[in-house]
Design a protein around this ligand. Structure first.
Ligand SMILES: [Zn+2]
Length: 311
């Protein structure tokens, strides 16, 4: 019990650091178009439903308008809110869960063993906002392969449409595809119909491209909300933000792999759900980062070994 309290406090501290750092993200950072700059994603506020938290929404560090610059003409058309069409939000996908996954994701997006005997010192590796560039993707996956690691690549639909061959590349090299919405917009600010389309169009294009649908969903900016969570559940995906932000999207990290490594190591805790992006300095940082994690006794959880239901 005390351990829990201590860990929770430590997490809160870490999250506060992430938050304060994230607050100024993007403004000074032109590059990572889709970076999760928002501060409405405090991993530790999950119990208060971070994505529907008004306080967060009112933050002065609202979305950087430039972040939508990547939107393409493929943005789903808006239509009247059709409301709930299905009502099975609690009916998550036991059937599609791989046989007896050893891990699950808790309410603060950490990965936790189901079985006491399983290794606790694990991290989940994730890369958002692709697929953009073959060289970067191969660079990331070469390093993942070297460390026998699997990661989730959270992709945007408009990028998949632009680069379907890159989605195939990620999949064929054995890495896991996640859904990061079509346009990388703040889904909480959209109508239900638009939010649903943003999510489901990605399921479709990924299915059409690689023959299977994503099982993981991460909302842009960590901004989801109850309706988004419902749609994600209806689509048999596990909703997550993150619990260890590499801050690779921040200006301080630009061309600075060392900063990316340090940011992750400073927030490191068992079960860390590490948010990174498909960015050159992250590609450059990855081998050293994974080596450092291994030296600290950490290994890399296979996303396919995580239950698709939060506990
Ligand atoms: Zn993103």
């Amino acid at each position: 019990m005390e351990m829990m309290v201590i860990r929770t406090s430590a997490l809160f501290l870490a999250a506060s650091l992430v938050l304060s750092a994230c607050g100024q993200a993007e403004k000074n950072s032109p590059a990572p178009s889709g970076a999760e700059s928002e501060n409405n994603t405090a991993p530790n506020e999950t119990n208060q439903a971070p994505s529907s938290d008004k306080e967060n929404k009112d933050s002065s560090d609202a979305l950087d308008p430039s972040d939508t610059s990547n939107k393409t003409s493929t943005e789903p058309e808006r239509s009247e809110d059709t409301g709930k069409e299905k009502d099975n939000s609690d009916n998550t996908q036991a059937e599609e869960t791989p046989a007896a996954p050893q891990y699950y994701m808790n309410k603060v997006y950490n990965i936790v063993p189901n079985d006491e005997a399983a290794e606790k010192k694990i991290v989940l590796l994730t890369f958002d906002d692709g697929p953009k560039d073959e060289k970067m993707i191969n660079g990331l996956i070469d390093t993942l392969d070297k460390h026998k690691a699997k990661a989730i690549f959270f992709v945007n639909g408009y990028r998949v449409k632009q680069n379907p061959e890159l989605l195939k590349l990620i999949h064929e090299r054995g890495q896991i595809i996640g859904n990061h919405s079509w346009d990388h917009i703040d889904l909480k600010k959209e109508s239900k119909a638009t939010a649903k389309k943003q999510i489901e169009d990605v399921q479709k294009i990924v299915m059409d491209t690689i023959g299977e649908k994503p099982k993981f969903f991460r909302p842009p900016f960590g901004s989801g909300g109850d309706y988004v969570k419902q749609v994600v559940s209806e689509n048999n995906m596990l909703f997550m933000t993150w619990s260890n932000g590499s801050l690779d999207w921040e200006s301080q990290s630009r061309n600075n792999p060392e900063a990316v490594i340090n940011n992750v190591m400073e927030q490191l805790h068992p079960g860390s759900n590490i948010l990174m992006h498909e960015l050159p300095w992250t590609v450059e940082a990855l081998d050293t980062l994974l080596t450092k994690l291994e030296k600290k006794g950490y290994s890399f959880v296979d996303p396919q070994n995580i239950e698709l239901k939060t506990k």
